[in-house]
Ligand binder design. Structure first.
Ligand SMILES: [Cu+2]
Length: 678
């Protein structure tokens, strides 16, 4: 779901907008917009390959008519001033969002784009600045603008791994791609995960190095940017809580993958202890050399110009103090109560730290600073002039196992807060008259590996004089077989009722083979799905397909598909791209953890709760595209993320006795199957 779909839902569940036939107030069709974005993001290190866009880039004057901007041209004046003063980062240089000057420049362009009143102004500015600004800054600004601007509501963004392949592919493959281009010989190269089997962490590299996972992570951070300010256009509902939840889910999912591969769960990072796992990224910047490596068991050093380790410890203890007190102290010294279901949102803003944080001065920027400090441990004092580490890009961060240590550390701080809240009572959790009678799985819970191929043409240098040759890479990736949840529900209310169905699973045993208690298990619960249904009176058999999961998204269509479908749509056909308007979600392939040969046991739980009380907007039961991460307007679910498992459960009988709660055990298999395409 693209962010604006929720608005459509609020307005009316009437006709779904259809791509290809719509035009905005300025008369520009969605197909034309898609065409423009395709070409703006294709071959970003060279000239624009579309004549109309190229002409705009050459002749457009951003300051000529300020009536096209909703801020009277304020943002465009600021950016043009820096451009004319030659203050902007050069082209063909690395870009990192964690570099404050570079981020400032990217945001200046975003500020221009988000204030354009019509598509022509939007696209003309994009074309103009693409030719004059650093490519990384441009790509970042354009992606975030397309995600958040109502002008680009139905535009599908191309997969970042085809726009900037260097951030997703190994150096070895990139070198092979350059050779193929040079010798004009088509090539299809195998990508392998970094390292060897001597490194146990390599067993789970398929998770952290998966290009779909990397895309998920960077897209999430574009949908909910830490630097967001509501003055741009709108408020991002529950952004801090979303930050907690998306990373909590990555943390518990990674631990389930580790169990599948006979590895212990991730230990949390400790500022005063060795980092334990090293990492050799085998990844190169397009411009700027190799990503730095880090040996095993490195000890943290202060990073010049960024932070001292003791400052991080101080910030952490202030946050833990706030949790113990049950309140945050804001800039003015006023107390913000966090002993309620919205406390996690404030805490998320503080820990991230987002510009929504009520007191950055006091609580610092733990997450962002930690990313930079970890990323720089290879050259903490800048002696060797190394470029930023993988932790300093959302595209590459999950590749490094220390990413998960860092997030386990923050996850435990969030847990400390959640555990201070009173447990839910049986009365609060009951949905009178409704019971879960049966849960079953149709099909098998079985995963396998397959090869996935994607295009590398944008990795190599090119000019219009030298023709392109087919250059691609293929990489193993996790997928699962088709299955569906079958849930039998009785409604004895005597009338139709709206219900929320929430499905979670946690590993039955820990790494030592000891059964998780309900309270331990619920904190390790993987969210599999959440949806609303209308229950008629009597028994309803709900069938929910795995492909429908609200927490996942399908594969992002390739550049080739986008070009082809856009061409068809310009000719009047339906583009068939509506399912891909948002890439904000876990890749559906990763819905299930890998499991193993014996079958990894999971506790699968289904909670059916009062849909009318839970729903923050109308018509959710008719929505087939509801996405867990919807950002625009109001978040659709009134309940906290993870509800009803988000609070401690000192007495598991509360759940066991609830008629509207069901619990079965399942096994997830992986038989070593690997599907090679052609
Ligand atoms: Cu993140």
């Amino acid at each position: 779901m693209k962010v604006l779909v929720l608005f459509a839902l609020v307005a009316a569940a009437a006709a779904w907008p259809s791509f290809g036939f719509q035009s905005d107030a300025g008369g520009v069709s969605d197909a034309q917009k898609q065409h423009d974005i395709n070409f703006l993001l294709h071959k970003i290190y060279g000239d624009i390959r579309d004549d109309a866009l190229k002409a705009k880039a050459d002749s457009f004057d951003p300051e000529a008519d300020l009536s096209h901007y909703s801020d009277d041209g304020e943002a465009v004046h600021t950016l043009i001033r820096d451009l004319k003063d030659d203050r902007l980062l050069q082209q063909k240089h690395w870009f990192s969002l964690f570099n404050s000057r570079q981020r400032h420049e990217a945001l200046m362009l975003f500020d221009v784009l988000i204030h354009c009143k019509d598509w022509d102004t939007f696209v003309s500015n994009a074309a103009y600045f693409r030719q004059r600004m650093n490519e990384g800054e441009f790509v970042n600004a354009l992606y975030v603008a397309v995600i958040h601007s109502s002008l680009a509501e139905y535009v599908v963004l191309p997969p970042l791994y085809e726009v900037t392949p260097h951030l997703f592919t190994n150096s070895e493959v990139i070198e092979a791609a350059y050779r193929a281009k040079q010798t004009q010989k088509p090539g299809k190269f195998k990508s392998s995960f970094t390292g060897t089997k001597k490194n146990p962490e390599q067993r789970v590299a398929y998770f952290g190095e998966d290009i779909g996972m990397n895309t998920h992570h960077v897209t999430w951070h574009m949908e909910f940017p830490f630097w967001w300010q509501d003055k741009y256009s709108h408020h991002l509902d529950r952004k801090g809580e979303n930050f907690f939840w998306v990373h909590h889910q990555l943390t518990v999912r990674f631990d389930a993958e580790r169990l599948s591969n006979y590895l212990d769960p991730v230990d949390e990072l400790h500022w005063e202890k060795p980092i334990v796992q090293g990492f050799a990224p085998h990844t190169t910047y397009k411009y700027g050399g190799q990503f730095p490596s880090r040996p095993d068991n490195a000890r943290f050093e202060d990073v010049d110009g960024v932070a001292r380790i003791r400052d991080l410890l101080i910030v952490e203890s202030r946050i833990r103090d706030a949790i113990a007190h049950g309140y945050i102290v804001d800039r003015e010294g006023k107390h913000i109560d966090i002993m309620n279901e919205r406390g996690i949102d404030v805490l998320g803003d503080i820990i991230e730290s987002s510009l929504y944080s009520p007191n950055v001065q006091y609580y610092g920027a733990l997450h962002n600073t930690a990313h930079i400090v970890l990323g720089r441990q290879s050259d903490p004092h800048g002696k060797y002039d190394l470029p930023p580490g993988v932790l300093e890009h959302f595209e590459t961060a999950t590749r490094d196992p220390s990413f998960f240590r860092l997030h386990k550390y923050m996850d435990n701080i969030f847990k400390e807060h959640k555990d201070t809240l009173p447990p839910y009572t049986a009365e609060e959790l009951t949905f009178a008259g409704v019971s879960v009678d049966s849960i079953a799985i149709e099909g098998a819970l079985e995963t396998y590996f397959e090869d996935f191929e994607y295009n590398l043409i944008n990795a190599v240098d090119d000019t219009e004089q030298i023709p392109d040759v087919e250059i691609s890479t293929y990489v193993p990736r996790l997928n699962h077989k088709d299955f569906a949840f079958k849930i039998g529900v009785s409604n004895n209310k005597g009338e139709e009722t709206l219900a929320t169905v929430r499905i979670f699973a946690w590993p039955h045993l820990d790494n030592n083979g000891i059964e998780f208690s309900f309270d331990e298990g619920r904190w390790h619960a993987i969210e599999l799905d959440k949806f609303w249904v209308k229950l008629g009176t009597g028994v309803t058999e709900i069938t929910r397909k795995c492909s429908e999961s609200a927490v996942t998204v399908p594969d992002v269509p390739s550049f080739a598909t986008l070009f082809e479908k856009t061409k068809a749509a310009l000719g009047g056909a339906d583009s068939g791209l509506t399912d891909f308007e948002s890439a904000t979600g876990i890749p559906n392939r990763f819905l299930l953890p890998k499991g193993n040969e014996k079958g990894l046991e999971f506790d699968l739980v289904v909670a059916v709760t009062d849909g009318a009380a839970d729903a923050a907007v109308d018509g959710l039961h008719e929505n087939t595209e509801f996405n867990h991460y919807g950002a625009y307007g109001k978040y659709p679910d009134n309940r906290p993320h993870g509800y009803p498992l988000d609070r401690s459960v000192p007495d598991e009988r509360v759940f066991e006795d609830l008629p509207n709660f069901g619990h079965i055990q399942v096994k997830v298999f992986n038989h070593g199957e690997h599907i090679h395409h052609d």
